[in-house]
Design a protein around this ligand. Structure first.
Ligand SMILES: Nc1nc2c(ncn2[C@@H]2O[C@H](COP(=O)(O)OP(=O)(O)OP(=O)(O)O)[C@@H](O)[C@H]2O)c(=O)[nH]1
Ligand SMILES: [Mg+2]
Length: 209
């Protein structure tokens, strides 16, 4: 059994094709194929988006089983990451910098079977709130996202002036969304012993699987 499998893929021209190959690759566990129909149906796809530096990779890492005291030093995602946790959560994180945001629509075009969209926000960076809101609206407007529930992750709660998720949901005009919208406040500073909200996040994710 895999408790955590991680793959990083650089984005080339054929995004969808390489994503599929990456998925197939990921589902090989020491010679044993776990990517058969039964396993694939057990593992639900969760798309993780948000601006660069919001904390997507760090949160996904925080959700996986870790050794106590382990420090995770994140670097910007150049392309996308696929992370399988506990065989049931299959996270797809696409880089959030302007360069990689241009590929988001390609992922959305192929997002037919999403269980959940997790949108991560650096809730302490007021200077990028409207940029983040605009990027989210573009995602939600995609036809494949119509019925996909949204879980807003108000990250970096350890920093001064951070805003809670309920404030951000209101600010982003998400109260009247025709979909399930929930949120969670998280903090995943480098010192992983000071994590906040990760257990809560895991619980909420499981509600959608
Ligand atoms: N203080 C604090 N720093 C955080 C938190 N979460 C992430 N960081 C830091 O923020 C920086 C960016 O984190 P990443 O997880 O790489 O961000 P990302 O959203 O994956 O960025 P891209 O892959 O470039 O889109 C790193 O230096 C993290 O250590 C948090 O809750 N609190
Ligand atoms: Mg990242």
């Amino acid at each position: 059994m895999v408790s955590r499998a991680f793959i990083t893929v650089g984005i080339g021209a054929a995004v969808a094709g390489s994503a599929y190959l990456a998925y197939k690759f990921l589902c090989q566990d020491e010679g044993e194929t776990i990517g058969n129909d039964k396993e694939e149906s057990r593992s639900k796809r969760i798309l993780v988006l948000g601006l660069d530096n919001s904390g997507k990779s760090t949160i996904i890492h925080g959700l996986s089983a870790k050794k106590k005291g382990e420090t995770f030093v994140s670097k910007p995602t150049e392309g996308f990451n696929i992370v399988c946790i506990e065989d049931s959560m299959n996270f797809w994180e696409v880089g959030g910098s302007p360069k990689y945001r241009t590929y988001w629509p390609k992922f959305l075009d192929n997002a037919h079977d999403l269980a959940l969209l997790i949108y991560v926000i650096d809730s302490a960076d007021s200077s990028r709130m409207s940029e983040s809101s605009d990027a989210l609206q573009m995602v939600l407007a995609h036809e494949n996202m119509k019925n996909v529930p949204l879980l807003l992750c108000a990250n970096k709660q350890d920093l001064q002036h951070s805003k809670p998720f309920d404030y951000i949901i209101k600010e982003f005009g998400l109260l009247n969304e025709d979909r399930k919208v929930t949120g969670v406040d998280t903090a995943v500073p480098r010192d992983s012993d000071k994590q906040v909200g990760i257990d809560d996040l895991k619980e909420r994710i499981n509600c959608f699987l």
